[in-house]
Design a binder for this molecule. Structure first.
Ligand SMILES: [Zn+2]
Length: 101
């Protein structure tokens, strides 16, 4: 830490660059999610796919599966990856322009 810190110029505001960079990175992430979503839709049942949201490797068990299987808590099923993906790709959401590649 010591050496690096000495070379930082405190008078320069990096916040704009960081935001730009972070935004581009997130757009790339969302774009890859969308690609996985469509690839998973085309994959055969029984094939290994990557969850459209988190990219974890899973075996496609049903024809329409595109995400990690739900987490079951008692009688409730929690479709975490699926819900998050659809929140991101919501037509009124921030990244709606990426939803129709
Ligand atoms: Zn997942």
């Amino acid at each position: 830490m010591g050496e690096m810190a000495e070379h930082l110029d405190d008078s320069y505001d990096y916040s704009h660059e960081i935001r730009e960079d972070e935004r581009n990175r997130r757009e790339d992430d969302w774009r890859r999610m969308n690609i996985r979503f469509h690839e998973n839709g085309r994959a055969e049942t029984g094939a290994t796919i990557e969850c459209a949201h988190c990219a974890r490797k899973i075996v496609k068990k049903t024809y329409q599966q595109r995400f990690c299987p739900p987490v079951v808590k008692g009688k409730k099923k929690s479709y975490r990856c699926k819900d998050r993906y659809h929140n991101i790709m919501n037509p009124r959401g921030k990244f709606a322009h990426l939803a129709d590649l």
